[in-house]
Design a protein around this ligand. Structure first.
Ligand code: PLP
Length: 378
């Protein structure tokens, strides 16, 4: 018989997110089952309105997942074959997959080594070089729950006439200078993958924008290009948020702020306990409200620390172990226009510690204590 570890600390815990809203979620699902309407109905409509109000945008369109949200946002912005889309290599591969699904070519930009988000100077340097293809859009990724440096990125993007699509998959509720992630660019894409700060019990995604024409294009593309049922005005696809997930997300949206506050509290506890030792802690940009989708520390002995915590039953992850440009699907095929020194170095040193709203402070203190013990033994 397999024996479970005496005290396991999970890295994320979507089941705990379900259990903390169990009766409301069950009631919401039951309501949909009884309604007899399972695709594009009242729940999706109500969730789109609630999410648009939460983010502070005019339009929100529910789609099947975050990757589709990025792809459809790009396509609505007119991105297609021959176009260049600038983004980071230090991201979920989904960001790059979406660019290629839209028919465009990704151009990789280095990150700021402290915040792990797009370095606006690296973006400016890339755009100043002779490029094969038309520079068309930029996707800043608000990685780990912290907004990228949007004022600086927008300045460069506007200079070159680029559309800006924010990747908010890890940043529901994050702000910069008081302004919500998802309201800075032309459009933004969210994921509701179960482990996200706002997670469904399956796949889901959302495109948001203040531009009615762009919103209308996403609505067309997401359902076969239909303006009128069964008549395709443009070639489209099928990417719909379903009624059950929308009903679940309506429940969970109500506690998103409270849960983000809890993540912040746990992050503060980690930081206060680990500070003063050799690990590099997450850096928060001045004016940023980080929502700690991940709590990422950094050390040159990352693999050793990870193995040490693993044998204690403390689960960690690496977001992400191999930058996208070095992964087999992309290496050699996607050309680099600037070196990605900070990206490659970060991938060797980062470690995502356990964090989720239901994680106990006791467990955070335990993880911090074990890290300090590991450091003492070096
Ligand atoms: C930064 C980033 N972008 C895009 C995505 C894609 O979202 P999804 O998994 O819902 O397609 C994810 C999540 O996996 C992500 O973390």
């Amino acid at each position: 018989m397999k024996r479970s570890h005496p005290h396991l600390v999970k890295q994320s815990n979507p089941k705990a997110g379900y259990l903390s809203h169990k009766s409301e979620i069950k009631a919401a699902i039951q309501r949909v089952l009884e309604s007899g309407w399972y695709i594009l109905g009242h729940e999706v409509d109500a969730f789109e309105k609630a999410f648009a109000a939460y983010v502070g945008v005019k339009h929100a369109i529910g789609v099947a997942n975050g990757t589709d949200a990025l792809e459809l946002a790009l396509r609505a912005c007119g991105v297609g074959p021959g176009d260049l889309v600038f983004t980071v290599s230090h991201t979920a591969v989904a960001t790059i997959a979406a660019i290629e699904l839209a028919g465009a070519t990704p151009v990789f930009i280095d990150i700021d080594p402290a915040t792990y988000t797009m370095d606006p100077d690296s973006l400016a340097r890339a755009l100043a070089r002779p490029l094969k293809g038309r520079p068309k859009a930029v996707i800043p990724v608000h990685l780990y729950g912290q907004p990228a440096d949007m004022p600086a990125i927008l300045k460069v993007a506007r200079r070159y006439g680029l559309k800006v699509v924010e990747d908010c998959a890890q940043a529901h509720g994050a702000r910069l200078q008081g302004r919500m992630a998802g309201t800075w660019g032309d459009m933004a894409a969210f994921s509701f993958y179960p482990t996200k700060n706002l997670g469904a019990l399956g796949d889901g995604g959302m495109v948001v924008t203040n531009n009615a024409a762009l919103a209308e294009k996403v609505r067309l593309l997401q359902q076969y290009g239909w303006r009128q049922r069964y008549i395709s005005a443009v070639p489209g696809c099928n990417s719909r948020l379903d009624e059950i997930q929308a009903a679940v997300l309506r429940v969970k949206l109500q506690s998103l702020d409270k849960e983000n506050t809890k993540r912040g509290k746990l992050a503060g506890l980690y930081a206060s306990r680990i500070a003063g030792h050799s690990l590099t802690l997450p850096a928060i940009m001045p004016g940023a409200e980080h929502v700690f989708h991940q709590f990422v520390v950094r050390t040159s002995r990352r693999d050793d620390l990870r193995a040490y915590l693993e044998q204690l039953g403390i689960k960690t992850l690496i977001h992400y172990p191999v930058p996208v440009h070095l992964q087999p699907a992309y290496k050699g095929r996607v050309k680099l226009v600037t070196p990605l020194i900070n990206t490659e170095k970060a991938a060797r040193q980062i470690l995502s510690l356990p964090i989720y709203p239901e994680l106990s402070e006791k467990d955070v203190r335990l993880v911090a204590k074990m890290i300090i013990k590991w450091e003492g033994g070096l």
